[in-house]
Design a protein around this ligand. Structure first.
Ligand code: NAG
Ligand code: NAG
Ligand code: NAG
Ligand code: NAG
Length: 362
């Protein structure tokens, strides 16, 4: 008779028996079927994890290293306001950044000036616009202890600047007019918290060049600008007369993302930064650019204000393009009512006073 085997517990069907014989004959190494499954699962999980981490380099860093704390600019609450008060005085914080319906509906907020420096004579049009738009500052900005802001100008100096990542790190990114983001991300970043514009400068695709939560801040230069935004937002009959360049006829935005900038900032930009006399404010010969206006607003909204892409080429440099995205020269500024020499002096002064800091050469 053939012996069945030296031990009774062994049967050829049992993998434990095979393994023990193959490796060491020690019962301690016996692995039962349930254990095999667990081991295989663990190995699979590990393989998937490693594959996923390697395929996503940023994930790899997160999973296997401690994240490097982001180095942000130190921010001191109220610093911008304190430094700017030398220029603007101490009373300007009381003014809301955006116009509110209640100030025109329940009470008649008097204004000494007509647009762009005040709302005198445009109240009725304004009321209709304020009824369909909004005025709130997003909770994400309001809840910040200290607001770091960057105003991104449209200047040629942003070209090949590689400032995109630096710009995206600020809490609030303010852009101007039709400045494109798509295709220029490396130099100008991807985030847009607010975009200041006027009808003639609204030739950008709001969905492509903005983020879904970007605030669209209308800078009104004339009463027609209120009229335009009303016709666009409530799909009324468009008017083409009264603009120095055709504004867009179709503009796909959510009215709740639209804000109306308080013309008070235009007034103090003109009066306190450019030192234009009040008399001139009434006759409106010169007016600040959207860029200078955005800086003025930022100094009231933020605790720290940095600028990038500001500055124009020298007046004698007639061939140099002025924007990072289009081939136009200083010639196109003629007759615009902007005095770029005067604005440059104002910005230089603010840089010297430490009210602003520049990320590109100014
Ligand atoms: C504003 O107030 C600060 C102190 O709170 C003061 O140092 C500064 O001189 C004031 N500026 C003006 C223009 O009154
Ligand atoms: C930017 O970089 C590109 C490619 O490196 C180069 O062709 C171009 O001339 C640069 N533009 C400016 C304005 O320096
Ligand atoms: C622009 O500003 C400069 C500097 O303040 C001044 O000399 C010049 O006359 C101004 N130009 C116009 C057209 O007002
Ligand atoms: C800011 O502008 C000054 C010249 O006005 C320049 O020397 C400095 O390099 C600029 N800063 C940056 C970060 O470009």
């Amino acid at each position: 008779m053939v012996a069945r085997g030296s031990r009774d517990d062994s049967s050829p069907q049992e993998p434990c028996y095979l393994l023990r014989n193959m490796i060491s004959k020690s019962p301690a190494l016996c692995i039962y079927p349930a254990g095999w499954k667990l081991l295989a699962m663990l190995a699979l999980v590990l393989v998937v994890m490693v594959w996923y981490s390697i395929s996503r380099e940023d994930r790899y860093i997160e999973l296997f290293y401690f994240p490097i704390p982001e180095k942000k600019e130190p921010c001191f609450q109220g610093e911008a306001e304190r430094k700017a008060s030398v220029i603007f005085g101490n009373h300007t914080r009381d003014h809301p950044i955006f116009l509110q319906l209640k100030d025109y509906f329940w009470v008649k907020t008097p204004s000494a000036y007509e647009l762009p420096y005040g709302t005198k004579g445009s109240e009725d049009l304004l009321l209709r616009v304020l009824a369909i738009t909004s005025y709130s500052i997003p909770e994400s900005i309001q809840s910040l202890k200290c607001r770091r802001c960057v105003v991104v100008g449209n200047g040629h100096r942003l070209r090949n600047s590689s400032l995109g990542d630096a710009i995206d790190k600020y809490d609030v990114v303010i852009r101007l007019n039709n400045a494109p983001v798509a295709g220029y991300e490396g130099d100008v970043g991807t985030r847009t918290t607010m975009r200041l514009f006027y009808p003639e400068s609204a030739h950008f695709d709001p969905k492509v060049e903005n983020n879904p939560d970007t605030l669209l801040v209308l800078v009104a230069f004339k009463a027609m600008d209120f009229h335009w935004i009303e016709t666009i937002l409530s799909d009324k009959k468009r008017v083409q007369k009264g603009f120095w360049k055709h504004p867009p006829l179709i503009w796909d935005v959510n009215p709740k993302q639209v804000r109306i900038l308080n013309p008070f900032f235009m007034e103090i930009a003109a009066h306190k930064l450019l030192n234009l006399p009040m008399q001139q404010l009434r006759r409106v010969k010169q007016k600040p650019t959207t860029g200078l206006l955005a800086i003025t607003m930022a100094l009231h909204l933020c605790d720290l204000v940095h600028i990038a892409g500001f500055g124009y080429p020298d007046a004698f440099d007639k061939k140099q393009t002025i924007h990072y995205y289009e081939q136009i020269t200083l010639k196109s500024m003629a007759g615009s009512g902007h005095n770029v020499t005067r604005e440059a002096l104002a910005i230089k002064r603010m840089l010297e006073m430490g009210v602003l800091k520049n990320l590109t050469y100014f």
